[in-house]
Design a protein around this ligand. Structure first.
Ligand code: TA6
Length: 286
């Protein structure tokens, strides 16, 4: 008898404690994923039932301008605080761009036997210094083996972007990411360039921008191993807020930082106007 992978895409209202959040659920064989239409934010990826690879804060909220704390936030068209060319007026602009706290629309959904594929889109007409609307697309592809996120913007413009993934870690003190380049910009030191070949260890706040990023990373924590494959990036950002910083973040529990690390596929260059294509693929190896 032929065994076929069954895939399926369905609407779902609510995820975890966010009971009124509009979501889509993707299933392919044993694997499943949940994505929120608010922010086009992936919230869950389970390669097999019960093994969650992403982290969501129990204090995450949505609506009222808030971005959901956890999953895979989409940062665009700027990363971090808005700088040039976006900060042209005195208006206060949100951290990490304009699309984390808006509803996206589903434009395409294709379940086939081998994969579940869905595209979410948003038209943004209030990018500072730009006088027309720009469309951003996020395509999610779930197969039995892997999950791929792809962010596309066809407009040749100055734009930054990041897939700001929060990965659940069973043991923060036994977590490593490799390979990482021997130099990085340390945002906890105001962006100072640091040369170091020592492996990153999560024993204090880590907020690093690694240029010259590898295409394939291994995130290991305890017995868990995850392959993170990236495309279109010019940086890998690694973030963990640690204890003190967490206290200033209203939607993080006091010890929440023990449960995740962010490994972000980012395009940060703002020197040339270009279309965007950024990709992160997650494959559990355990
Ligand atoms: O990617 C790291 C970072 O830019 C940190 O500096 C930290 O602020 C984090 O993202 C979270 O930002 P958020 O706007 O979600 O609070």
């Amino acid at each position: 008898k032929m065994s076929q992978t069954i895939s399926q895409i369905s609407n779902q209202t609510g995820f975890a404690h966010l009971t009124d959040l509009p979501c889509l659920k993707l299933v392919c064989g044993q694997a499943s994923a949940v994505i929120s239409l608010y922010g086009a934010q992936l919230l869950s990826y389970q390669p097999v039932p019960g093994r969650e690879l992403l982290w969501l804060s129990p204090k995450a909220v949505w609506q009222q301008q808030q971005a959901i704390r956890g999953g895979v936030p989409v940062c665009w068209p700027w990363f971090g605080p808005a700088g040039k060319p976006f900060n042209i007026s005195a208006a206060k602009l949100p951290n990490h761009g304009l699309v984390r706290n808006r509803l996206w629309r589903q434009v395409q959904a294709e379940p086939s036997t081998q994969q579940a594929l869905v595209t979410l889109s948003i038209d943004v007409d209030d990018i500072p210094a730009l006088h027309h609307s720009v469309t951003l697309n996020l395509t999610l592809k779930l197969t039995a083996e892997a999950l791929t996120l792809q962010l596309d913007c066809a407009e040749p413009m100055l734009q930054q972007a990041a897939l700001h993934s929060y990965f659940a870690v069973p043991s923060l003190s036994d977590t490593s990411i490799s390979p990482l380049p021997g130099a990085y910009l340390d945002k906890t030191l105001g962006g100072e360039r640091v040369q170091s070949t020592a492996p990153v260890r999560f024993e204090r706040e880590i907020d690093r921008v690694y240029p010259e990023p590898a295409a394939e990373l291994l995130l290991q924590s305890g017995a868990q191993q995850l392959n993170i494959s990236q495309q279109g990036q010019d940086a890998t950002v690694v973030w963990n807020p640690w204890r003190e910083r967490s206290q200033a973040i209203f939607d993080l529990e006091a010890d929440g930082y023990q449960q995740f690390v962010c490994v972000e596929t980012a395009r940060l260059d703002l020197t040339s106007a270009a279309p965007l294509q950024l990709c992160q693929r997650l494959t559990s190896l355990t």
